[in-house]
Design a protein around this ligand. Structure first.
Ligand SMILES: NC(=O)c1ccc[n+]([C@@H]2O[C@H](COP(=O)([O-])OP(=O)(O)OC[C@H]3O[C@@H](n4cnc5c(N)ncnc54)[C@H](O)[C@@H]3O)[C@@H](O)[C@H]2O)c1
Length: 344
């Protein structure tokens, strides 16, 4: 049955793929986003009568913005460690308070279900032992800490009438309308394709769980359709036991997948403290979730998109921290040079 789904962050890397997936399943989408990456990521949906968008900050979303929705999928926010460090207080306001605001407004509006995009990075620095949903959380970064704080406050809002679920996503890879070349598989693929080299940073021994962006969309869909008694006030690691890799291994897979010779170089730098080897048993055993797409698939689709000119590897929007830094810089500059609010 067709559902009315609010997707916050629907103009982002995952959100645009998720919206496409849900539209194809016959659902209606209302995207709420500030659209920091512009409107290109949602261009293909404009004109689709099942799609609408609202350009709004999640911190100021009100009850009436969510009224009538069957479910809210909450993905908006500052989406990685370095971008979160640009302005720590703003990150807390958006990733923690903004997320809680969406959940609160959803509850007040009588929306029965809410799913939050959380992250496996909340487990933080570990010794390489398997991490389960109830494992200790030792977030290393401000980004991960903001996810922990948001999960805690949103969990407290859950009850029999308001089903809240946390999807702790593995690191995502694959193609999207808002391409990101700051995620390990994507960046390694892009460098290998454009420069013939892969750089392994942070030592290479650190574990990373990986998941294709289309599988993330499938996971949100599955949670939405699952019985509330299984998913309410519950967290699930979203990924695959077959796709936990050490970073150096990811480099080798990318190297072996591409059709040209690629050099792999381990850069001598600080050891990456973020190390997480995650168990995905729970989502597989309780909901039957299995990923469909592997790293080789993601590398090949990036290879063909770059070589066919469908994506520009130099596009400054693809590196989140660089792009947000530019926006902050331009914002300051414009406020200095504008006269009576006008540039020209
Ligand atoms: N990509 C990953 O590997 C990954 C892994 C784990 C968790 N996540 C989480 O998934 C979610 C989506 O990540 P993504 O990779 O699509 O990131 P993204 O940066 O591409 O998308 C985030 C979207 O949120 C919007 N946004 C930012 N601040 C906002 C605000 N104050 N109000 C309204 N909209 C705002 C941006 O405009 C953007 O469209 C994030 O919450 C992220 O933390 C992502």
């Amino acid at each position: 049955m067709s559902k009315e789904i609010v997707v916050t962050g629907g103009g982002g890397y995952i959100g645009s793929v998720l919206s496409n997936h849900l539209l194809k399943q016959g659902h209606k989408i209302k995207c709420i986003d500030r659209f920091y990456f512009g409107f290109e990521p949602i261009q293909e949906f404009l004109g689709n009568e099942s799609y609408q968008y609202l350009q709004k900050d999640i911190r100021s979303v009100k009850e009436e913005d969510l009224t009538g929705a069957d479910i809210v999928m909450d993905l908006a926010g500052i989406s990685n460690d370095p971008a979160s460090d640009l302005n720590p207080s703003l990150t807390r306001k958006i990733n923690h308070k903004g997320t809680v605001n969406i959940a609160k407004m959803a509850k007040v509006a009588g929306v029965p279900r809410y799913i939050m995009a959380s992250s496996c990075s909340i487990y933080g620095a570990s010794d390489g032992a398997k991490l389960f949903e109830d494992s200790d959380q030792k977030p290393v970064s401000l980004y991960a800490k903001s996810k922990v704080a948001a999960e805690k406050d949103v969990l407290a809002l859950g009850d029999d009438d308001f089903c809240v679920t946390f999807l702790r996503l593995a690191t995502v890879f694959g193609l999207s309308n808002r391409m990101r070349f700051d995620l390990i598989v994507n960046i390694m693929s892009m460098y290998a394709i454009t420069k013939g080299r892969i750089l392994i940073t942070g030592g290479g021994k650190q574990w990373r769980p990986l998941i294709h962006v289309q599988d993330v969309a499938r996971a949100f869909n599955l949670i939405m359709e699952s019985e509330t008694k299984i998913v309410n006030q519950n967290a699930f690691n979203i990924g695959s036991n077959n796709q936990n890799f050490q970073v150096a291994t990811v480099g080798r897979i990318v190297q072996q997948t591409l059709p040209m010779p690629i050099e792999v170089e381990v850069v001598p730098d600080d050891v990456d403290k973020r190390n997480y080897n995650v168990s995905f048993d729970k989502v597989q055993n309780s909901l039957g979730f299995k990923t469909k797409y592997n790293i080789e698939f993601g590398v090949n689709e990036i290879f063909s998109a770059i070589t066919n000119g469908l994506i520009d590897p130099q596009d400054h929007k693809t590196v989140t921290v660089k792009y947000y830094s530019q926006l902050i810089h331009m914002d300051k500059l414009l406020s200095q040079i504008k006269l009576r609010g006008r540039l020209f």
